[in-house]
Ligand binder design. Structure first.
Ligand code: FES
Length: 167
């Protein structure tokens, strides 16, 4: 499994940005989540110490909100809608095909930390079922035979956005 390097000074900078104020522990955790795509134990311990907030409370928050993850998440998120409309139209087969292609179980992240694959509830666009969201890009009427093509298209979109961002 690839390792993300945790830099204590970056965590401390986040804590300072919020004046080490216990009122803003969630905001600090959000910043850490954005930076590392998860909440490393080291970060929670530093926030706990700096804000004098019980570490158990921070873990409670971390597990309560879906936006937080205690496990490193992939650079890209792949969400397969498992809501009723998508399920009826073959979402399970799509999920299986993605899991095979990425060689990762649903709910897990690839060892290179590139992708996190997960099943989610209705994404709110049932007429497009089955639906897969790759980062903020929605793919409609996906069937299991399209998985590789959809992934390539998403990679192209990401590359193009990166190039635009570099311009
Ligand atoms: S059930 Fe999949 S978008 Fe609604």
């Amino acid at each position: 499994m690839a390792q993300l390097k945790i830099e204590p000074e970056k965590i401390d900078a986040i804590i300072s940005k919020w004046n080490s104020d216990a009122e803003f522990t969630i905001e600090m955790m959000q910043d850490v989540q954005d930076l590392y795509r998860h909440l490393p134990r080291q970060a929670l311990m530093r926030i706990s110490k700096a804000t004098k907030t019980d570490l158990g409370r921070l873990y409670h928050i971390a597990t309560f909100y879906k936006a937080f993850s205690l496990e490193p998440r992939g650079e890209h998120s792949i969400q397969v809608c498992m809501g009723t409309a998508c399920h009826v139209k073959g979402a399970t087969r799509v999920m299986d095909a993605l899991a095979r292609t990425l060689d990762v179980e649903p709910g897990k992240t690839t060892p290179d930390l590139k992708y996190t694959l997960e099943g989610v509830r209705c994404l709110g666009c049932c007429s497009l079922a089955p639906v897969v969201a790759m980062d903020d890009e929605i793919f409609s009427h996906v069937d299991s035979s399209m998985v590789t093509r959809v992934m390539r298209r998403h990679e192209r979109t990401m590359r193009e956005r990166g190039e635009e961002g570099d311009a």
